[in-house]
Design a protein around this ligand. Structure first.
Ligand code: GDP
Ligand code: IMO
Ligand code: MG
Length: 424
């Protein structure tokens, strides 16, 4: 298989985990390149549901090397819990997991800051997952972050943790009127983590580039989605990392010339968790119907996901931003009971017709989506295993998406289970 980046082309939760699981069979190495345990990637195999937050979704395929890249922010507590939980369920984790020495670590003060900042801004909040993601990336950019390699060297770790706590405790006490963090207990807690994670630590750029030179194939697993990307998303209602395909290079140390293709994952409709604009959001009755049929509750926080029609304006721009070469459409089955299905083909903003979303966030609330309407198929697609067996109206819907997006749909998914998907 060519070296492939898989990214979400909407606001996350497109079904990237399922697509990665499907493609992992033909890859040698699967690497997560950004985000942290704000992600929740679901894979359903043999009647069991697995939700991965940090470990790549290829881990359920024995013999594949799964790597957490330098672009990921790692909460070691969550990583170790995930390893334990997978092992308990019979998944082998021994020599098949690698952790970048340059990945930044999440500390308890990051989680606390995430929650305090959200609380203090009130109505202007982002609706984060509260996992400390933003504050950890803030420290990375401010050049005060603590990386996996720092943790491995006791003196370095002590010094950096002390320095961080001095500054952060000022914030907690003086700005947020919150209790400060104590050095000794964090230090001890993280020394325990060090004992357990040390064996996974590798130099990811070396491992990956050597593998590519040897002709092995790499699958780059994106988290979140294009419209949550720190640069290209609906800023400030975004996450703090590069969720677009460019992030795969930055977050692993593999150059762009060594990547061959980019698969964009989309739902057959749209969802979003947290605050921020959403032009095609459903009105209440339809919202409940699709949310319940699609089980649209966050895989990480359990929050109800906001749902809406497929937005071709958003996805067309995602294709441009990521250089998407193929599309995977998931959750087609969720639209099975809809008598009519709509696709947003353009935005009206006052007198203007927009084909590309606006850059200024305040304009988004004034956007009026322009829809085309298609007859639904009103048939169960969940058992379909090839494109030709889909009901004609479902085929027409997918063909119309292809026309609007000008990119081939190469995978269609019609249920959460591994076998409920096919290549086109
Ligand atoms: P990710 O974050 O992009 O990996 O997506 P999530 O795992 O957060 O959310 C996708 C949800 O949809 C999960 O519960 C999947 O099990 C489920 N899912 C994936 N593909 C399909 C599909 O084709 N049909 C249905 N009904 N569910 C799907
Ligand atoms: P996966 O990988 C959907 C959203 C949060 C919030 C915003 C910022 O499963 O697709 P953060 O905690 O990152 O600072 O929150 O981003 N968000 C996600 N939404 N899927 C995700 O990941 C998300 N990760 C973060 O809801 O709006
Ligand atoms: Mg998810």
């Amino acid at each position: 298989m060519p070296n492939t980046v898989v990214v979400g082309a909407q606001w996350g939760d497109e079904g990237k985990g399922k697509v990665i699981d499907m493609l992992s069979e033909r890859a040698d190495i699967i690497v997560r390149f950004q985000g942290g345990n704000n992600a929740g990637h679901t894979v359903v195999v043999g009647g069991q549901e697995f939700v991965m937050h940090l470990i790549p979704s290829g881990i359920l395929h024995p013999g594949k090397l799964c790597i957490i890249g330098n672009g990921v922010v790692v909460d070691p507590k969550v990583l170790l819990e995930e390893i334990d939980s997978l092992k308990k369920r019979g998944v082998e984790i021994d020599g098949n997991l690698g952790l970048s020495d340059s990945a930044h670590l999440i500390f308890p003060y990051h989680r606390a800051l995430d929650k305090l900042r959200e609380a203090i801004v009130g109505p202007g909040k982002i609706g984060t997952t509260g996992r400390g993601i933003g504050p950890c990336y803030t420290d990375k950019a401010a050049r005060v972050g603590i990386r996996v390699a720092d943790l491995l060297e006791d003196e370095v770790f002590r010094r950096k943790l002390q320095m961080n706590l001095e500054e952060k405790n000022e914030l907690f006490v003086k700005l947020y009127q919150a209790p400060p963090f104590e050095f000794e207990s964090i230090y001890r807690e993280y020394c325990d983590y060090r004992e357990r994670i040390a064996k996974y630590v590798i130099q990811v750029p070396i491992v990956l580039n050597r593998a590519i030179t040897q002709g092995k194939s790499i699958l780059f697993e994106g988290a979140q989605g294009t419209w949550l990307d720190i640069d290209h998303g609906t800023y400030p209602y975004v996450t703090s990392s590069s969720a677009t395909a460019g992030g795969a290079c930055v977050g692993t140390g593999v150059g762009p010339t060594r990547i061959d293709q980019v698969i964009g994952v989309v739902k057959a409709y749209t969802t979003r968790v947290g605050e921020g604009p959403f032009p095609t959001e459903f009105p209440p009755p339809l919202m409940e119907q699709i949310r319940s049929k699609g089980k649209e509750f966050g895989a990480t926080t359990g929050r109800p996901r906001r749902c809406g029609w497929f937005d071709a304006v958003l996805v067309r721009h995602s294709i441009l931003l990521n250089g998407i070469t193929e599309i995977a459409v998931t959750k087609l089955d969720v639209l099975d009971d809809s008598p009519r299905v709509k696709i947003c083909t353009g935005y009206r903003l006052g007198e203007k017709f927009l084909e590309v979303p606006p850059a200024v966030i305040d304009r988004w609330s004034q956007i009026e989506p322009v829809y085309e309407e298609h007859p639904g198929w009103l048939m169960d697609t969940s058992q379909v295993s090839c494109f030709e067996d889909l009901p004609p109206a479902a085929r027409r819907y997918l063909k119309r998406l292809e026309e609007l997006l000008r990119v081939k749909i190469s995978i269609v998914s019609v249920g959460s289970k591994r076998e409920q998907a096919f290549h086109v």
